[in-house]
Design a protein around this ligand. Structure first.
Ligand code: MN
Length: 291
């Protein structure tokens, strides 16, 4: 039998906190307070399914900056309306993904979409920060709004399920989002009993989140909903079996082996670059967006 990629740990969701008043999240990355361990994934907030009652005033996060990385928002339940200072805006609906390259700097705001706010409902979402290599940190901001229809998919045999290839590749199908470094982001929907295999270079940092249902990994470890699995870097392959209908978000990426200097919404390589980012932000160099 082939050597399997072992599990390093299975993490139950830490107590949630609110980002603004619209995002109730469990923070899974940085893993063990180390921003390098899961590089290029430097932050992941997971909003487990949570009911928001109706309101006339949309909940969310007001205008704030980012520099030096990309933010990736994956909507499972609910809708987010987004506006940024590069002139991009859109609604991220269930099944959609927004891949925003902040790079040299943007301002943006993220709120529950107006109609969703008025009716209320279940909200479930992932926000990932993907680091940029030093040479790309000051490149031009970019925006990839991917509707579910636009996301490339692999249909598994025998009605076992579907793999949405958000970035990277799976079974020869390329991801829909373009990335700066090798990054795989797969949304895996498995019917009960289905087993899928994944293979990434051993040195790629690899993890998954169980979004719905429950799974068994490598035929041994049962992982319930909302848990986060960090893999070792000992081998390439692992298996995921759906012990009930399940959705799993699989992340695997080549580490960016560069120093990290981070402060709030800025992630650079040196302390001097952080000070520069704060100065540029205070001088209005990130553009303008209405509150
Ligand atoms: Mn943001």
């Amino acid at each position: 039998m082939m050597k399997l990629r072992n599990i390093e740990s299975v993490i139950t969701p830490p107590s949630p906190h609110f980002v603004g008043d619209g995002f109730r999240v469990h923070n899974f990355i940085p893993y063990k307070a180390d921003m390098q361990r899961m590089s290029p994934f430097i932050m992941m907030d997971y909003g487990s399914k949570f009911y928001f009652p109706p309101t006339d005033k949309a909940r969310g996060v007001g205008v704030h900056p980012h520099r030096g990385f990309e933010t990736v928002t994956i909507a499972y339940k609910g809708k987010v309306a987004h506006h940024d200072s590069a002139g991009n805006s859109g609604v991220i609906s269930e099944g959609d993904v927004q891949w925003m390259t902040a790079a040299s700097g943007i301002l943006h705001k993220e709120f529950h979409e107006e109609n969703f706010s008025k009716t209320g409902g279940d909200f479930q979402m992932v926000q990932l920060w993907v680091n940029l290599p030093a040479k790309d940190k000051m490149s031009k901001p970019k925006y990839q709004g991917l509707t579910n229809e636009q996301i490339n998919k692999v249909t598994l045999p025998n009605s076992e399920g579907i793999v949405e290839v958000i970035a990277g590749q799976y079974q020869g199908v390329k991801g829909s989002a373009s990335t700066f470094t090798p990054v795989n982001v797969l949304n895996v929907k498995l019917n009960k009993g289905a087993v899928s295999n994944f293979s990434f270079p051993a040195h790629y940092n690899t993890a998954l989140v169980v979004i719905e249902g429950s799974v068994r990994i490598n035929e041994t470890d049962l992982v319930p909903v909302n848990n986060f699995v960090v893999f070792q870097n000992n081998a390439e392959d692992f298996t995921v079996e759906a012990t009930e209908n399940a959705i799993v978000l699989v992340l695997s990426g080549e580490p960016i082996n560069e120093p990290i200097a981070a402060q709030g919404p800025f992630v650079m390589n040196t302390r001097a670059e952080i000070i520069q980012a704060i100065q540029d932000y205070n001088m209005g160099k990130f553009g303008y967006i209405e509150e």
